[in-house]
Design a protein around this ligand. Structure first.
Ligand SMILES: Cc1ncc(COP(=O)(O)O)c(C=O)c1O
Length: 361
């Protein structure tokens, strides 16, 4: 069997070119006679890999010099705790609740201090992004937290919230490197890489230097201090070495394709193929308000659970994998990350058209 079109929300499709290169280098990386998997993280060869990965990411995102780039473990979920442990000096933080991942971060922060939900879109099943131009930001908030792209519900902040000068912390797990960002607007940008950047096991944290301090909450484990990882350039302990190597390859692939502006253009084009179809379909319907639609995760329904299940089954048989919506919401979801070729989306829409014809008689 050849490769399928994989619409998984994560771990997700990676560029074929990157996978092929990694395969070629599997037994002998660059004349070292060993795989990157077998290599000391303190070796010269690995030092080059991690340094280049960081530099390529800095180039792609135009990361200012006063920000550190950390390659960590524990997934995005560990950051739900690590962020308050390191940043909650006043023990207050404000959260915008736009879905399950924001809610989980909010709930975790409650362990460490006062977490306030200052806006939410729970009233309409998280199908929109609340107006964040005039929020009741807490006077003593250490930061304002958002989940910038909501993987499960398919919404994206098109405009960052007005934090009234407070530090913005953003989970970008499912929109990482999908378009250009102005890093200077954030205190912390972080994401698990297993959606748009690489294999599961690596979380990248981009953090402004003044937020990295000795002054963490009492009891913060050494491994959960940003300072330790920053001082040791992500090599305090054994990092997720192979995963970082693959991320590095994806960074080079993105640079070759023209960087994040080119990616944005391509992602807009790709998403439009699907959204335009959904907007005129008699069977399928998108679930998100137009202005807040994600370019990465596209949820849709037919309104009939049986037809949804039939669609998912027939799509799978036709080589379109992982179109089932998140287990908490049902329906369908097509995740169309950077590495999903435009042809994959075109073929999916072709298949949906055919299914619609057969099922609306
Ligand atoms: C936006 C977002 N944040 C956090 C997570 C949790 O990530 P992890 O499984 O790496 O902890 C996910 C998905 O799995 C996600 O989509």
């Amino acid at each position: 069997m050849g490769r399928v079109y994989n619409f998984s929300a994560g771990p997700a499709v990676l560029p074929e070119e990157v996978l092929k290169e990694a395969a070629e280098e599997m037994l002998d990386y660059n004349g070292t006679g060993m795989s990157v998997m077998e290599m000391s993280h303190r070796s010269k060869a690995y030092e080059t890999i991690i340094k280049e990965a960081e530099q390529d990411l800095r180039d792609l995102m135009n990361i200012p010099d006063n920000y550190k780039v950390l390659f960590l473990q524990g997934g995005a979920s560990q950051q739900f705790a690590m962020i308050p442990m390191n940043l909650m000096k006043n023990k207050v933080a404000d959260f915008i609740i736009t879905g399950q991942w924001a809610k989980k971060a909010y709930q975790e922060a409650q362990i460490y201090g006062k977490a306030n939900a200052i806006a939410s879109s729970a009233d309409k099943t998280f199908s929109y992004i609340p107006d964040c131009s005039e929020l009741p930001i807490s006077e003593d908030a250490d930061y304002v937290y958002i989940c910038e792209n909501n993987t499960i519900y398919g919404t994206k902040f098109k405009q960052l919230p007005n934090t009234k000068g407070k530090t913005l912390v953003a989970d970008v797990s499912s929109c990482f490197l999908s378009e250009p960002v102005d890093v200077s607007k954030y205190g912390v940008i972080y994401g698990g890489v297993q959606k748009n950047v690489g294999p599961a096991g690596v979380v990248i944290v981009i953090i402004r230097e003044d937020l990295i301090t000795e002054d963490t909450l009492p009891g913060t484990p050494t491994m959960l201090k940003y300072k330790i990882h920053a001082e040791n350039e992500s090599l305090y302990n054994t990092p997720p070495a192979y995963g970082i190597y693959i991320c590095g390859k994806v960074f080079k692939w993105l640079k070759k394709l023209g960087g994040l502006s080119a990616m944005k253009e391509l992602n807009e084009k790709k998403a439009a193929i699907l959204y335009d179809f959904l907007d005129q379909s008699k069977l399928f319907k998108g679930t998100v308000v137009k202005e807040d639609r994600s370019l990465m995760n596209v949820p849709f329904i037919t309104g009939n659970d049986e037809i949804d299940a039939k669609f998912i089954k027939e799509a799978k048989a036709a080589g379109f994998e992982n179109l089932k919506g998140h287990r908490s919401v049902g329906g369908m979801r097509a995740s169309i990350y950077n590495a999903m070729p435009i042809k994959g989306v075109e073929k999916l829409v072709e298949f949906m058209k055919k299914f619609e014809e057969e099922n609306t008689k």
